[in-house]
Write a protein that binds this ligand. Structure first.
Ligand SMILES: Nc1ncnc2c1ncn2[C@@H]1O[C@H](COP(=O)(O)OP(=O)(O)OP(=O)(O)O)[C@@H](O)[C@H]1O
Ligand SMILES: [Mg+2]
Length: 466
């Protein structure tokens, strides 16, 4: 018998939460609050009680304090991860002990709340956690895994490993830094983390940090108040507010100017933003994902990226392998991309001749999956019938596709190095054609060309067209 252990108090609710805290007041506050949400709640005051209650009951969420009389909340997180890997666990930490919260997230905790507990924050957390759990709901981890896995193609060992990490990271709330060469699928991965996690029903807001002019950054990120500058004719929300409850994806995060890095750090740390011209801060609840092809640690050592922001956004790291290290993924990726192109254009799906497939396998893809996509798009247009031949691909087997930049080139561009090799007239013509096609939408043109926005800008500047 569980002599001395609290009884389950509400057996009618179909979802129940285990509350673990040694302070009776807090236990009562949490229990009352959960009961008001129509949930069942059980309470435990020690680690031993919690373990025993977990053994005898089925819970949908566990909320645990960090300091318990007979141990540590982190032990409970580990215990749950080991024995009930599908049970989300959130930790309650003292205000200011973000490091402990991060340790818990790294161990697999789903989220954390700080004391004093704000009931609004707690409710949001609970709602998210239970959405994650409810069987058959569109937000369940397994459902989303199936739906989105179709988008992230690749069965190589490297991709399989990456998928395991993505699944783990999707379950908690810590910031993730996605590091990989240009065109490796960093944005696809960020979207997948969002869609597999508890925030899936909330917005996913991507922002290209290299594409916002430094003068507008603060108002873009935090919004502004009417009259705060000429042209501010009404209050406007920023990207943080737009992502409220969801995910803010800081793409090309290394491109943030140092002055903005400080402000962003503050917003992430305080979970609050102050719109330009506002007197007070407003709380925001966003999960931060970020990405870059640059080596952030190196930028930190060169004082070009703030170390404190680096630590804050890089709690969890996802290294994305370049395509040349997983060439076995090419047939699957090509089939996926060809099907997508056919759907977009309303055409029948093209296939690859054996010769074209072997040409693809011999290429080293400096522009990664985006380069593969561009090659296939061009080949579809050139192919005489529905089969793409090696000639249609036009791969230069000296290993450099005309439009894809190598990592050295990327670095050179980022350093503002003018010694980059000359750009050919053909390339110039292709770039201008693509810009015309996209009505001079530089971002769309860069994407089609397999270049980053910076690389395109660099080229245009060189030709005096920007
Ligand atoms: N594993 C994958 N499965 C399916 N499609 C992929 C995969 N990886 C990349 N893609 C496709 O390749 C293109 C480039 O991917 P994405 O934009 O995510 O790359 P990126 O790493 O963010 O590139 P950049 O550094 O240039 O911003 C997109 O069209 C994306 O859909
Ligand atoms: Mg990207």
């Amino acid at each position: 018998m569980n002599a001395g252990f609290p009884e389950r108090r509400s057996r009618t609710a179909d979802k129940s939460v285990l509350i673990v805290d040694d302070e009776e007041d807090i236990r009562e506050l949490l229990e009352l609050s959960l009961l008001r949400m129509g949930l069942g709640a059980d309470c435990a005051g020690t680690l031993a009680e919690a373990r025993s209650m977990l053994d005898g009951n089925r819970y949908h969420l566990c909320l645990t304090d960090m300091r318990l009389p007979d141990g540590d909340g982190l032990d409970l997180v580990e215990h749950i991860q080991h024995h009930w890997p599908n049970l989300p666990v959130a930790v309650i930490t003292a205000f200011g002990s973000i490091e402990t919260a991060i340790r818990a997230l790294k161990l697999g905790a789903f989220d954390f709340v700080t004391k004093p507990i704000e009931l609004q924050v707690l409710h949001r957390l609970v709602r998210h956690a239970l959405k994650l759990q409810s069987p058959g709901s569109p937000g369940t981890v397994s459902d989303n895994m199936c739906a989105s896995a179709r988008e992230l193609v690749g069965r190589s060992p490297a991709m399989t490993q990456l998928r395991v990490l993505i699944k783990k990271f999707a379950r908690n709330q810590a910031p993730v830094f996605i590091h990989g060469e240009s065109g490796t699928g960093k944005e696809v991965i960020a979207r997948l983390i969002h869609s597999m996690g508890a925030r899936t029903a909330e917005p996913f807001v991507p922002v290209n940090c290299g594409a916002i002019s430094p003068e507008l950054m603060e108002s873009e990120f935090f919004g502004y108040r009417k009259g705060s500058f000429t042209g501010a004719s009404a209050d406007k929300d920023g990207l943080f507010q737009a992502a409220s409850g969801g995910t803010l994806f800081l793409d090309e995060v290394a491109d943030l100017p140092l002055s903005m890095q400080v402000k962003l750090l503050r917003a992430i740390q305080e979970r609050a933003v102050r719109p330009v011209g506002a007197q007070t801060e407003q709380p925001v609840d966003v999960r931060i994902l970020s990405a870059s092809h640059r080596d952030l640690a190196r930028l930190v050592s060169e004082n070009r990226f703030r170390q404190d922001l680096y630590f804050r956004i890089n709690v969890l790291t996802l290294p994305v392998p370049p395509l040349r290290e997983r060439l076995e993924d090419i047939p699957d990726l090509a089939a996926h991309l060809l099907a997508r192109l056919a759907e977009r254009d309303g055409n029948p799906v093209h296939t690859l001749s054996p010769g074209s497939l072997s040409a693809l396998r011999q290429h080293s893809f400096p522009g990664n999956v985006r380069e593969l996509e561009n090659l296939l798009e061009r080949a579809c247009a050139l192919a005489e019938n529905n089969e793409i031949t090696a000639e249609d691909l036009g791969i230069d087997l000296s290993d450099r596709s005309p439009m894809a930049a190598t990592e050295e080139e990327n670095e050179a561009l980022d350093e503002g190095d003018d010694d980059m090799e000359e750009i050919s007239g053909d390339e110039c013509a292709q770039i201008l054609k693509t810009l015309d096609e996209t009505r001079w939408n530089r971002t769309a043109a860069a994407r089609k060309l397999g270049l980053t926005l910076r690389q395109l800008r660099y080229r245009l500047q060189k030709w005096g067209k920007d």
